[in-house]
Design a protein around this ligand. Structure first.
Ligand code: URP
Ligand code: ZN
Ligand code: ZN
Ligand code: ZN
Length: 477
């Protein structure tokens, strides 16, 4: 199969140029100002449109058990939503039972993911420390291509690890070239604040926000970064929501810690007032860390543009309003945490970032595709260049659309960005050379996604390069 994308404006993290792209089989084989059409099986006319590398969302929770329920999107609905929204690869989290061996968990999640319509990788969550964990890490890395793990500093009893456990696990991960994702909130103090609020009869969703203050995110972020520094290990702080936590990342980068940060569309666009909506509407917006005061958004956008924040991930953790979010109608601490966002992250970042003049087109590609590929070892993704997988989004910047739950692929009964008009419409999405989305409709085959066996070498090289924003320091011998 040969496809030519003609006359589009190709945008990569480093350049913008008008070109034709030839795709043979699954890969990009030529990029040139004019490619003759004779031999092509399919021509996509991209005149006047942007041609982006496919989005890579490294923060998704499909089929994910949390707080006595499970997220509403499985790998079918979730990856269809992703595809329609311009995301052509995801990295989802596993979820082992506490104390469980990581290897069968990995097998189980690879199996679940086989239903995916786009390529998928898995970060291994580790929720306890044991000698076996340290023995399993090299197996995960080598046999399963898992170059990243995830630790939680909150959700006590469900996932939280303590400082010593973090240190031991991160030290081993660092030796192996594995990057550690960290959810940084002080779980102990937060649990105490929640108990106090409930004892005072404060049960509405807004108290979710008040009991998880920015200082407790900043404290945990600073602590995680210090532990990573002591363990001489690379660290990736997920879902940074506020200026105070971001400041900790800046300080760590200055010290030469291999520290990277992610933020999410909800923290860039929504704010704590959404939690205060009457009639339990606020329940729809419960996620952790919580939505923050609006002024934090400027710091996050600035962090993206300056390179302090390397990646935008959705933290797609979708729960239906009816029957799931409403589990916490009388007690905010029982509202399952998380927002849907996989289908709209690409649009939201383009509209509120590029269209509103907060980030450049190149920066947009960098944070939604190139950096996630580099940091998480996806050597064939994240760029439009010869030899890369033909994961491509064709995007018409002259059209607009209104986001609404009514026509979404996400399996939820609301959309956190309901009614927002966004500039730009995705006209075609290609995954490894195959057109899987046309004019908003998913038209690909089911179960066509491949498990992403990830490289660690790429991680290390890329991390050194991305570290330019701080000062890269040689490992302590
Ligand atoms: O509220 C959130 N973010 N739910 C998903 C779990 C997590 O903390 O990432
Ligand atoms: Zn031409
Ligand atoms: Zn988290
Ligand atoms: Zn998450």
């Amino acid at each position: 199969m040969k496809t030519i994308i003609k006359n589009g404006i190709v945008v990569t993290s480093g350049s913008i140029f008008k070109a034709d792209i030839l795709i043979e089989g699954e890969s990009i084989t030529s990029i040139s100002s004019h490619i003759t059409q004779e031999s092509a099986d399919k021509i996509i006319n991209a005149e006047g449109q942007y041609v982006f590398p496919g989005g890579i969302d490294v923060h998704t929770h499909l089929e994910w058990p949390l707080m006595d329920t499970e997220t509403a999107d499985d790998f079918v609905s979730g990856t269809k939503a992703a595809a329609v929204g311009g995301i052509t690869s995801i990295i989802n989290f596993t979820k082992p039972e506490i104390g469980a061996s990581l290897i069968p968990t990995q097998e189980e999640w690879i199996e679940k993911g086989k239903k995916s319509v786009i390529d998928y990788g898995l970060h291994a969550i580790i929720n306890h420390y044991s000698d076996r964990v340290l023995e399993e890490l090299p197996i995960l890395a080598e046999t399963y291509g898992v170059g990243s793990i995830k630790l939680f500093m909150a959700y006590k009893g469900e996932m939280m690890v303590n400082d010593l456990e973090m240190y031991k696990i991160m030290k081993k991960a660092g030796e192996l070239g594995i990057i550690t994702n960290v959810h940084a909130e002080n779980g102990d103090i937060i649990d105490e604040m929640i108990a106090q609020a409930l004892a005072e009869g404060k049960t509405d969703p807004i108290y979710h926000g008040y009991t998880r203050p920015t200082i407790m995110e900043a404290e945990a972020t600073g602590r995680a970064l210090a532990i990573a520094e002591a363990a001489n290990a690379p660290i990736y702080i997920v879902h940074v929501s506020c200026a105070e936590a971001l400041e900790k990342v800046v300080e760590a980068k200055k010290r030469g810690v291999q520290a990277f940060a992610e933020t999410c569309p909800q923290y860039l666009v929504l704010d704590i007032s959404y939690l205060d909506q009457p009639n339990f509407e606020g329940g729809k917006y419960v996620c952790s860390p919580p939505l923050r005061e609006k002024w934090n958004q400027d710091a996050l956008w600035n962090g993206l543009q300056t390179g302090i924040i390397s990646v935008a991930g959705s933290d797609h953790c979708p729960f239906r309003y009816e029957g799931q979010k409403t589990m916490g109608k009388d007690d905010f601490s029982k509202i399952p945490n998380g927002l849907p966002g996989l289908e709209d992250i690409f649009s939201i970042l383009y509209h509120f970032g590029v269209h509103k003049g907060r980030i450049s087109l190149n920066k947009f590609v960098e944070i939604i595709s190139t950096n996630p590929a580099k940091l998480f070892g996806l050597t064939k993704k994240g760029d439009i260049s010869i030899g890369k997988d033909a994961d491509i989004v064709v995007f018409d910047p002259n059209r607009s659309r209104v986001i609404t739950a009514e026509c979404q692929y996400q399996n939820v009964d609301y959309n956190a960005y309901e009614g927002m008009k966004v500039q730009g419409v995705i006209t075609n999405v290609l995954s490894r050379g195959e057109v899987i989305v046309k004019d908003g409709q998913f038209i690909g085959d089911l179960a066509r996604g491949k498990y992403l066996h990830r490289s660690r070498v790429q991680n290390q090289e890329s991390m050194a390069n991305l570290q330019k924003d701080g000062q890269f320091r040689e490992p302590v011998k």
